[in-house]
Design a protein around this ligand. Sequence first.
Ligand code: F3S
Length: 100
Amino acid sequence: THVVTDNCRGCRYTDCVASCPVACFHVNEVRVYIDPAVCIDCSACIPACPVHAIFEEFDLADDQQHWIRINAEAAQRYPVIRTRLAPLDGADARRQQLGL
Ligand code: F3S
């Protein structure tokens, strides 16, 4: 499955959602999560994210492994999102802060 990690926080660009051929993304106030039961591992979202927040689970660094469980649990809790939203205020500032 694919996993949304640290960098998706306070920007919510949702280009990932627009790239997704299934409805695997779920959204809250600050970020998105991927439902591992729905993701078809197409990888379209990886290059779509301006802050490089999404990884294939086997490519996750050791300190990012916890995001596998967090995505699975949060996807049950938050509503599905099927279309792109306007990024959050401050998204571009945050992106610059990350050096991206
Ligand atoms: Fe988050 Fe990147 Fe999507 S910032 S909402 S994972 S495009």
